[in-house]
Write a protein of this length. Structure first.
Length: 79
């Protein structure tokens, strides 16, 4: 089924670029001190979690320590 497009006058398209609304948006509400404190604590918690996971994960990424330590199971003892 072919799509049907209606012709749009060029003047209408050209005017749409310069159109400005005369409706101003309402002013933003100011955050209460409790909301600011809550958002700050959430942000600090997220950052602390990322830093903590990096600090705790760094020893497992250390390749020099991992090469010197070999794990041997009891089955490969050859008793």
């Amino acid at each position: 089924m072919p799509s049907r497009r209606e012709a749009v006058p060029f003047a209408f398209v050209a005017e749409s670029d310069s159109f400005r609304s005369n409706v101003t948006p309402p002013p933003r509400e100011r955050l209460r001190p409790g909301q600011v404190l809550g958002r700050t604590l959430i942000g600090l918690t997220v950052v602390a979690g990322l830093v903590g996971s990096l600090v705790l994960g760094m020893p497992s990424l250390d390749s020099q320590h991992a090469n010197g330590h070999q794990q041997q199971s009891e089955a490969s003892d050859g008793r």
